[in-house]
Design a protein around this ligand. Structure first.
Ligand code: PAF
Length: 292
């Protein structure tokens, strides 16, 4: 496994893979790899094929953070991340620092102006501009044919799909289902920052969404989910919304597939989760098995 830290090194390392027949598949990450990421790596290998190249980027992208405390506290266990990539059969890991990714006087950003208005976009101004900009740069630097993202960040995936469509980016977007702990909590690098009491409380998020999504009325769904989540004195709801699965606009009726999504704060730690709702019935995406 090759580990490189600059665009020039990445280009050179990719030349070694240029003769291979398979596809080049990128998994963009911010590190602190957990079993959910390992599913992305597995999916990338399947998509690349044995002769293809799996590239993982590990970069805590400063321009997508709206709070400097969150950026500073983001875990960066580089050694164990590299060991996990090696064990997963990754070919190439790209670990740039901020100076390797951004010119000090950079003045061009990628902005998605529709799907990024609500949900996490409303609560985190500029977040999705930062995501789109870094993802497009990673696509260009790696020259990947496909890239794998986790469905947990469903708004992010929708926005990246829109960017690829609108800018004719020749990269196939592949999606992996949310991987959950045995108590239902969606896996996230941020879970590491919860105290033991917060961690014990956090499964209520998915429990609340899953139970509410079984109801058949928009107002009832929102009220039930809010009541269950807000019953915890330990958290603060950032948003809780039922939106159209395609347009991400809040719905007033369940005529089309919708997404019940929330973001909550445990202290400084912001967690997100969602479930897909179809005409009042919950569709649980096939859970990826947590490796033993
Ligand atoms: O989902 C993430 O980890 C990040 O938003 C991404 C896609 C790696 C861009 O920094």
């Amino acid at each position: 496994m090759n580990v490189v830290a600059t665009g020039a090194e990445l280009r050179e390392a990719l030349l070694d893979c240029a003769g291979s027949d398979g596809r080049r598949v990128l998994v963009p990450t911010m590190g602190a790899l957990h079993p959910g990421h390992l599913e992305l790596l597995k999916r990338a290998r399947e998509a690349a094929g044995p002769a293809g190249t799996v590239v993982v980027s590990i970069f805590v992208n400063p321009i997508q953070f709206d709070r400097s405390a969150d950026l500073e506290a983001y875990p960066r266990p580089m050694e164990s991340d590299l060991a996990k990539c090696h064990a997963a059969g990754v070919d190439l890991v790209f670990t740039p620092d901020s100076a390797a990714m951004y010119h000090h006087d950079r003045s061009v950003m990628v902005t998605e102006s529709l799907l990024s208005h609500g949900l996490c976009g409303a609560a985190r101004p500029g977040h999705f501009d930062g995501v789109c900009t870094v993802v497009l740069k990673l696509f260009l630097l790696s020259g990947c044919h496909a890239a794998v993202f986790g469905a947990k960040d469903f708004q992010q995936v929708a926005i990246i799909r829109r960017m690829v469509r609108d800018l004719d980016v020749p990269v196939e977007i592949l999606e992996c289902p949310t991987v959950r702990e045995s108590d239902g909590l969606a896996m996230s690098s941020r879970n590491l920052r919860l105290t033991a009491r917060q961690r014990a409380d956090a499964p209520r998020i998915h429990r609340a969404l899953a139970a509410a999504a079984k109801l058949h009325d928009v107002a009832e769904i929102l009220a039930a989910a809010t009541m269950e989540i807000a019953a915890s004195p330990m958290l603060r709801i950032d948003y809780l919304a039922l939106v159209d699965a395609e347009t991400l606009v809040p719905v007033t009726a369940l005529a089309r597939p919708a997404v019940l999504a929330t973001a909550v704060f445990y202290g400084e730690v912001r967690l997100i989760d969602h479930v897909v709702v179809r005409s009042g019935k919950l569709k649980i995406r096939e859970p990826a098995k947590k490796p033993d």
